[in-house]
Design a protein around this ligand. Structure first.
Ligand code: OX2
Length: 834
């Protein structure tokens, strides 16, 4: 490789620093240039797919300039950087987001309009980057968005899955999974970095250092190369552009020419297949841990490449390794990247020659850990024999971390064997298991939950003993937030325009405290009318989307009642559909005259079930079966419609959320750590019907209790109810019994299919407390209906809610992390562009 000469050519430099050109002629020129030279098309043969690609590449050129400058600037000033490690980034689309960030949307709409395309149609050509399951992955995407927009030097690190979240088809009412081949067409939003590649070892054996007993050489000939792909993260209102670095396994060098020459064609590619599978698929599990060996190998490939990269960058500063925490903070997004802790220890001790104590001090000062769940089925544990086979060096390091930790505890709490057993990183079960949450906790200087109630619960449950040992201060709360860029400005243009008018400028997009001024508009007749119309327009847009995706016609004049999220027993979509069935039952009992007085309602569901989660898939079938019967019941007509929108995604959410009147967040109290769509719905002028759980509670505190419909038992009551129901037959109230009866009389098809769902409630201990909460759930729906009929009061609730939602911006959340955990400061590369 040639050396890099200092750049003395000022024209070169000047170009790389030039302003973004905004005039139509330059934009047109660059779109045509990409159309003809990048895609070998002519303007006459341009379809909307190529119009998208050519425009996206043209926008990308403009973004790249800023991207380069940002990276150059941050490394020049030696800025401390936050590395957000996450196995999931649920980014969605980038084109519109980039246009808005660069404030080029009107310009591109004009240029495309001149050649007969609507910008909305062009935007629709982009495929989602769906490298995540749900809230956890979308949170990671919102946080890198906030880092970029708030000028924090920050990178996301993740895996570049060849197949993202599966595509959900609904066939005969059942979910059917199809692969998500999102990379089939060119992806303008990623940059292959062939020169950024690291070897990652697996298996092998250890050779002890003759001089230092805890230092080893790890030898193995199973080595894979992880190569970086960078995705730009456009900052809004700033010239900063952030980065998500995703690793992909390289396969080219693994082709076995000797086997090929000997005619063994399958054998020749065997090594490639083994490598490729490492970054082929996202495990489609939300809040569950499958304990699959391939998943462990994915996690390690990710952690090893990331840590090597962070260290390579740090070493360029020439500083001693013990100063790493002064320049790098690493946040673990749940336990999935926890192997980063032993991997950093290995690099520092075995390769950099640090002592154990120096390495441990450096590691714990660098890492911090976010916990996102208390569900036992989600807790990552790896069998010791599996870990020992695949990662022998890391298993040894984990044993030592545990040993020193337990020794330090024993000094303070002598002879408390039970305490030692409870906090040990190694669980002494039938086959020993590594408890990843404990490893993450011990190896980090801060541990946080994602909403106030959740942060309290983890201190009282899984980390109770750790709080006692390591002190209260280590365990903190960081309530989640969502990006106002994507979740208001991008997805709800009409409401955004109204807010901009009320605020006087667009500054609210980077500062949600500005929403306060809406409160002064609450009595302004014209404003209220426009507010209502914006919602109606969004509902009409969703009605079109529903028609296109399901063939069902719904009226925007009905109340839109929405529950969209992963299908999970704890989220209780079953309770929702049972409520719908009860409503249907009541409507059927009424006279036609009585029915005309009923409020019209469209109940919208969407969400994916993990492919192996049978109960969740039966719930989808039940929803679709109910929809089929209700929607074709002529007596019922528009009074009740039930819709299951297939293939829920970030893009689908951008249509659905702004159109909701009421949205349901109805998890059994204490089970939903935070929830983030609840924030998005309220920020878009919708009202919540929810349990006293997760971030619902804090939303209620902010918007005021008039603006939210709570029901159900409280988190501290749950254990007692569950205990009671384990030994006593659950007693459904009349309403719930009516719903069960309707299912059991084959109203929605063969009742046998659904009997297991009923049995889980009546014979399985009703773990999610449907029988306990159903009566208050039905009451809460009545209250919603009465409130919606008071049209004026409803608009007031909607405006007041939005005006009080500042807390739930991811900008606030990221700022708190930056100040209280990462100790980093904003470093704007240029001037503000708002
Ligand atoms: C989710 C949680 O279930 C959800 O409550 C939370 O809002 C989100 O993470 C972001 O914090 N997998 N997904 C989650 O946790 C796990 C584990």
């Amino acid at each position: 490789q040639g050396k890099t000469p200092a750049c003395e050519d000022n024209e070169f430099r000047a170009y790389s620093h030039s302003e973004i050109a905004r005039d139509a002629a330059t934009i047109k020129n660059s779109v045509v240039m990409h159309l003809t030279t990048t895609f070998l098309r002519t303007p006459d043969s341009m379809d909307s797919g190529h119009a998208y690609l050519a425009s996206a590449f043209s926008v990308r050129d403009r973004l790249l300039q800023r991207w380069n400058l940002t990276n150059e600037y941050h490394s020049n000033i030696g800025a401390k950087t936050i590395y957000y490690m996450s196995l999931e980034f649920l980014v969605g689309r980038t084109f519109d987001n980039a246009l808005l960030a660069l404030q080029l949307r009107d310009e591109y709409a004009g240029v495309l309009g001149d050649v007969g395309f609507r910008l909305e149609d062009i935007i629709d050509e982009e495929r989602d980057a769906a490298l995540g399951n749900g809230g956890l992955g979308r949170l990671a995407a919102c946080y890198v968005d906030s880092m970029a927009s708030s000028n924090y030097p920050g990178w996301g690190y993740g895996l570049r899955y060849r197949y993202g979240m599966f595509q959900q088809q609904i066939i005969n009412g059942y979910q059917v999974e199809a692969p998500d081949c999102w990379l089939d067409s060119p992806n303008p939003w990623e940059f292959p970095r062939a020169d950024v590649t690291y070897p990652v070892k697996f298996y092998g054996h250890l050779v002890r250092d003759p001089e230092v007993s805890y230092r080893y050489k790890w030898e193995s000939n199973v080595v894979y190369d992880a190569m970086a792909f960078d995705m730009p993260v456009p900052g809004y209102g700033t010239e900063n552009v952030g980065n998500i670095r995703l690793w992909s396994c390289k396969t080219n060098g693994l082709f076995d020419l000797n086997k090929f020459n000997a005619g063994d064609y399958q054998g020749a590619t065997g090594g490639q297949v083994a490598a490729q599978i490492l970054t082929d698929v996202l495990y489609p599990n939300d809040n569950t841990n499958e304990g699959k060996e391939l998943r462990l190998r994915q996690e390690f490939l990710f952690c090893s490449a990331t840590l090597q990269d962070i260290i390579a960058r740090f070493k360029k500063t020439g500083k001693p390794m013990t100063q790493l925490p002064e320049l790098a903070a690493i946040q673990l997004n749940d336990t999935h990247p926890t192997l980063g802790i032993p991997e950093l220890m290995r690099i520092l001790i075995d390769e950099e020659g640090l002592s154990w104590d120096e390495a441990w001090d450096t590691t714990t000062k660098t890492f911090a850990f976010t916990n996102h769940t208390v569900l036992p089925e989600a807790m990552e544990k790896w069998p010791v024999p599996m870990m020992d086979k695949i990662l022998p060096r890391h298993m040894g390091i984990i044993y030592d971390i545990n040993l020193f930790f337990l020794q330090s505890v024993e000094e303070r709490f002598p002879k408390d064997r039970e305490l030692l057993r409870n906090i040990s990183i190694i669980e002494e079960s039938n086959s020993q298991q590594v408890r990843m949450a404990y490893l993450a906790c011990v190896g980090s200087h801060k541990v946080n939950g994602v909403a106030a109630i959740h942060s309290d619960i983890i201190k009282q449950t899984i980390f109770k003993d750790f709080v006692r040992i390591q002190g209260e201060d280590k365990f903190i709360n960081k309530t989640n937030g969502v990006s106002p860029r994507r979740w208001v400005n991008e997805c709800n243009p009409d409401m955004s325009r109204l807010i901009t008018e009320a605020v006087g400028d667009r500054s609210w997009i980077n500062d949600l405290t500005k929403l306060k001024v809406l409160e002064s508009k609450v009595d302004d007749k014209e404003f209220r009318q426009s507010w209502w119309e914006a919602k109606q327009k969004n509902k009409a847009r969703l009605a079109e989307y529903i028609l296109a995706t399901t063939g069902i016609n719904v009226s925007p004049d009905a109340l839109f009642d929405v529950q969209v999220k992963r299908i999970h027993e704890y989220k209780r979509q079953l309770m929702n559909i049972l409520g719908v069935i009860y409503r249907y039952h009541r409507l059927k009992q009424m006279s036609a005259a009585e029915r005309t007085k009923e409020l019209h309602r469209v109940v919208v569901f969407a969400g994916k079930a993990a492919a192996g989660y049978w109960v969740a898939k039966q719930v989808i079938k039940l929803i679709n079966s109910v929809a089929e019967v209700v929607n074709s019941d002529e007596e019922i007509g528009d009074v009740l419609k039930v819709v299951f929108i297939p293939d829920y995604s970030v893009t689908a959410a951008e249509y659905i959320i702004p159109a909701s009147d009421i949205s349901q967040h109805i998890s059994t109290a204490g089970t939903e750590a935070s929830g983030t769509s609840n924030m998005k719905f309220v920020l878009n002028g919708g009202i919540i019907l929810g349990t006293v759980d997760g971030a619902n509670i804090e939303i209620g505190e902010e918007v005021g209790e008039e603006q939210i419909f709570f029901f159900g038992c409280l988190a501290h009551e749950v254990d007692e109810f569950r205990h009671y129901l384990r030994f006593h037959q659950p007693k459904p109230d009349e309403a719930l019994q009516a719903a069960f009866d309707m299912i059991q009389s084959n109203t929605f098809g063969d009742a046998h299919i659904f009997q297991p769902l009923i049995d889980a409630v009546l014979c399985g201990g009703d773990v999610y407390l449907l029988t306990v909460d159903f009566p208050s759930y039905v009451e809460a729906h009545k209250a919603v209906e009465a409130a919606y009929r008071q049209h004026d009061d409803w608009v007031t609730k909607s405006i007041l809610s939005v005006s009080r939602m500042a807390k739930f911006s991811s900008d606030r959340a990221v700022q708190e992390y930056a100040e209280e955990i990462w100790n980093i400061e904003p470093a704007p590369v240029g001037k503000s562009t708002v």
